[in-house]
Design a protein around this ligand. Sequence first.
Ligand SMILES: Nc1ncnc2c1ncn2[C@@H]1O[C@H](COP(=O)(O)OP(=O)(O)OP(=O)(O)O)[C@@H](O)[C@H]1O
Ligand SMILES: [Mg+2]
Length: 464
Amino acid sequence: MFTDFQFLADSLPCGLIITDHDLNILYCNDFARERILPKETDAPAVNMKEYTFYTTDMRKFNMTECMQSMIDSGKRNFHKTLIVSGKNLERLVYFSVKGLEDRSKELYLFNITDISDEMDCITHSPGTFGKGDYLIRKKIIGHDPKMDEIYRMINLASEADVNVLIQGESGTGKELVADAIHELSNRRNKPFVKVNCAALTETLLESELFGHVKGAFTGAYKDKTGKFEQANGGTIFLDEIGEISQSLQVKLLRVIQEKTIEKVGDNKSVKVDMRIVAATNKDLRELIRKDVFREDLFYRINVFNIVIPPLRQRHLDVPVLVEHFIDHFNRDTYKNIKGVNRDTMKILMDYPWPGNIRELRNAIEHAFVLVKGSIIETGDLPDEIRKKVNRRLADETIRSKDQELSASVYYSDSFRKTRSGRLKINKEQLTDVLELNDWNQSKTAQYLGISRVALWKKMKKFQL
Ligand SMILES: Nc1ncnc2c1ncn2[C@@H]1O[C@H](COP(=O)(O)OP(=O)(O)OP(=O)(O)O)[C@@H](O)[C@H]1O
Ligand SMILES: [Mg+2]
């Protein structure tokens, strides 16, 4: 069908793809086949919709809408996007699309320039939008400027083969960050081993980390390889490092210094080579002050430090995270939820998220169970979130009322006692003071320095 054209097209150093109106791929040149379309184990794409496109700030890119606007405007703007297809194929490209007519059939011509290799050269330079950034931003969602710093730190940490300490409240994404550091580092093809230091007793944790030999203690029926050895060549993630006992701290310090381990019940040293990424939601400096955590160990693991801000300090991220989790649960549950309504978004933005992103994820998961139509409404949110926000809003209303009142109340001080000892107050002022005292008549009377009967008379006079 395209033979003449094909010869020319295959010589081009850029991708050309022709699709029909429904984006079924009718033709692609050699460059597109080699660089853009999935290879080897994955079957070649037959429809452009099989690709996921991301914008430069890692928002999902709506190809159909974009094409329509390009075609409508007649402009051939180039869009910089990341195309993800197949298992791991990710290409950073510029693309444009043009509408064509062929025997009254509507066709689309995609012109794709691959810039992934150029991006490789600048991947880790601070402040630049590198390929590493794309990989990270796809997993770790965040638009708030505070997150740019986190992305930059992940890039730097993944480049340097040093121990990293990640700090942040519960649910802020410490594990996700640890994972990204390993994935982007040169150790990515070696194991990433996770250990939760808070989940085990001291003895069990020691045997988990170092392994043991048969008969080392009651119940040690056979030799066991520890996590340090399992992580050899790769990364070990020590979660909740603030929880480890003093004696294990000493042992961990020795592992870091000597790069060797001894199994429990054995005195043979085994060489290990691993990077330690530790995480904690505790303030380790405080633990050092309290003599619970060793300062020398702290400096050994805190060679590179990443502090993840809590969600309440980056409220800008709430809408993108909501979108991200809706996407996630749509895929998981085969639902087609389009979004949240305005009131729900307001609640989500106002809520302080003490459990951070994990709590937001759970809230959206909860809403997926209750949602009736395709839009999440306030009633679909967990009760405690709605109640807390409503209570907070009510408190704020009272507080701002207090502020408004303070002017009139201050002024009321002057009317509180006239020379004749009578209270001069108008209806509006009395209403304000009553409101300030929650309409409690005893408190209001006391506040105004009059008897309850006198207050009652005033209220009757003003028909309150
Ligand atoms: N920036 C983010 N983008 C997308 N998902 C996130 C982000 N941060 C956290 N999550 C998700 O929130 C949940 C909690 O994240 P994670 O387990 O990494 O937190 P944590 O800081 O290790 O919490 P804890 O201190 O309780 O162990 C996970 O489901 C994770 O995928
Ligand atoms: Mg964690």
